[in-house]
Design a protein around this ligand. Structure first.
Ligand SMILES: *Cc1c(COP(=O)(O)O)cnc(C)c1O
Length: 497
């Protein structure tokens, strides 16, 4: 299996190269040259495996340059109860008749990003070895909260790597800040920037592409890499849990092998729902993929009209991980829907960069609507849904997941579709305690972050993830705050250059 670039179909690299490079030289994203197929018998067999082996089965189809031993080294290290609080890794909770919550947040940072970022460091170090890249890999991350912490936990003490995370001083939640400042590990660094997320991101991008810095790293036997969701190594682990969930539902007798399901995904950068698309086209029977957005509803408009237009107001919402106006992974989907037409992708994404807008052809729009439905809701509706589910089903969900539930309820009402449905639950409710507690008890709380967690535990009767409970007593290790102009100096200093 080789990988092509969405902006140049003649690029052809192995998975190890795609994973170490992250993004193709001309700016395109790597996609496998074909979608490998699995049979219903395969799916049945997957149901009898533990999660790490389910993952290994899926990876064996995509990472054909990896040996079985290499794949199992990665999966066994990533998907164990050492890192996850449930044996099943991706837990399925029954919400109401025919509706299932796929809880992807039992990892070390309590959000679904752990499903990919626990394994990415192993993919990266194994890939580097395979292509004889005898260098220390330095991961630079700019984060608005969730990705940075998940990357830190993933790369912590992984041999041959170090990681440095920048976050906007006033742009993350108090809990997210505590999570990062208290990070453990001998190869990690965290620094706040006096500025917003874009300042962090621009600084990191500038350092990545700085020829002098690259040379200085090279001389020291180091290289930069990225843990961002454009890396194929972050996308492929997400395909696993959709196949795993389908196999599990068959095994539990909830569906018959071959029955179709719907999948609902609270979406930001389009990575998670694209993984569901891949799972479908590999062979799990899926009726509709339902894309749920908050009031930053650029994707809802796109799927309904075929026009992608980022020229709109940006809103800060109670589901901040979906506050995104440029969904990078959409490029991979459109590449597939255009029949791998790299010229068309260059045209559309060139227009996105220059004008902030592009319109797809009628043919692509029709294909898009055949596979996807889309909807959105605002913060008030999000909180109402959390309250409603709590009252009706004694289940507490986080704000991102609630957006998905609301959009699914609307879809069901509009279509009368009774297909059994899996909703991707992307974060622990405790990670967004303030908004969730407000929704559950119908009013704002003036408790501090930790007392809110205790209060929510009392009301929801759900165990508090130990990673969040332990935060209260952890010492802060990282308190550096720098001007954005000093970011490069800081990176070099930290690396001892
Ligand atoms: C990152 C994130 C999302 C959005 O996922 P994408 O793959 O970017 O679409 C949704 N919910 C939570 C909690 C997240 O952290």
């Amino acid at each position: 299996m080789f990988y092509n670039s969405t902006r140049n179909s003649s690029v052809k690299v192995s998975s190890a190269e795609a994973i170490t490079q992250g993004i193709s030289a001309e700016g395109g994203l790597f996609v496998p040259e074909e979608i490998p197929q699995i049979s219903l018998d395969d799916i049945k067999a997957v149901g009898d495996m533990k999660y790490a082996d389910r993952a290994a089965f899926v990876f064996s189809k995509f990472l054909t340059d990896f040996t079985d031993a290499e794949i199992h080294y990665c999966t066994d290290n990533a998907y164990s109860t050492k890192n996850f609080e449930t044996e099943s890794i991706a837990e399925i909770a029954h919400l109401f008749d025919g509706t299932y919550m796929l809880e992807l947040w039992h990892g070390p940072t309590c959000a679904f990003k752990d499903m990919a970022l626990q394994i990415l460091p192993y993919f990266l170090t194994t890939s580097a070895k395979k292509i004889n890249l005898d260098k220390k890999i330095v991961i630079l991350v700019a984060t608005s909260g969730d990705t940075g912490k998940a990357a830190l936990e993933g790369f912590k003490d992984v041999e041959g790597t170090s990681i440095l995370v920048f976050y906007p001083e006033d742009g993350v939640s108090p809990m997210q800040k505590r999570q990062m400042k208290t990070q453990e590990g001998g190869n990690v660094g965290v620094c706040a920037i006096k500025g917003n997320f874009d300042d962090c991101q621009n600084g990191v991008k500038a350092i990545f592409t700085d020829a002098d810095v690259k040379k200085a790293l090279d001389d020291k036997g180091m290289m930069f890499s990225s843990a961002n969701s454009i890396n194929w190594g972050r996308l492929v682990p997400q395909v696993v849990y959709y196949i795993s969930a389908y196999a599990e539902l068959v095994k539990d007798g909830e569906i018959e092998l071959g029955d179709k399901i719907n999948i609902v995904v609270p979406t930001g950068n389009f990575g998670n729902i694209l993984a569901a698309y891949y799972a479908k086209h590999m062979g799990i029977p899926v009726n509709k993929l339902i894309c749920a957005s908050n009031i930053n509803n650029v994707l809802t408009d796109f799927i309904n009209t075929g026009v992608y237009d980022r020229n709109r107001k940006f809103f800060a919402t109670v589901s901040p991980s979906m506050d995104i106006l440029i969904s990078s992974n959409l490029e991979r989907l459109l590449y597939l829907l255009t029949g791998r037409d790299d010229a068309v992708i260059r045209d559309w994404f060139g227009k996105l960069a220059s004008e902030g807008r592009y319109e797809v052809s009628a043919d692509v729009k029709a294909k898009l609507q055949e596979e996807f439905c889309a909807g959105y809701c605002d913060d008030e509706q999000t909180k109402e849904v959390i309250h409603e589910i709590y009252e009706k089903y004694s289940y507490t969900c986080d704000t991102h997941t609630a957006v998905a539930v609301k959009v699914y309820e609307d879809y069901k009402k509009a279509t009368g579709d009774t297909t059994k449905t899996v909703i991707a639950s992307t974060a622990s409710p405790y990670k967004f305690s303030a908004a969730v507690l407000e929704a559950v008890q119908n009013g704002k709380s003036d408790l501090d972050e930790y007392d809110m967690i205790d209060k929510l535990a009392e009301l929801s009767k759900m165990p508090v993830p130990s990673a969040l409970a332990d935060l209260r007593n952890k010492p802060e290790r990282f308190n550096d705050v720098i001007d954005k102009a000093d970011q490069k100096k800081y990176v070099l200093g930290t690396l001892g250059i």
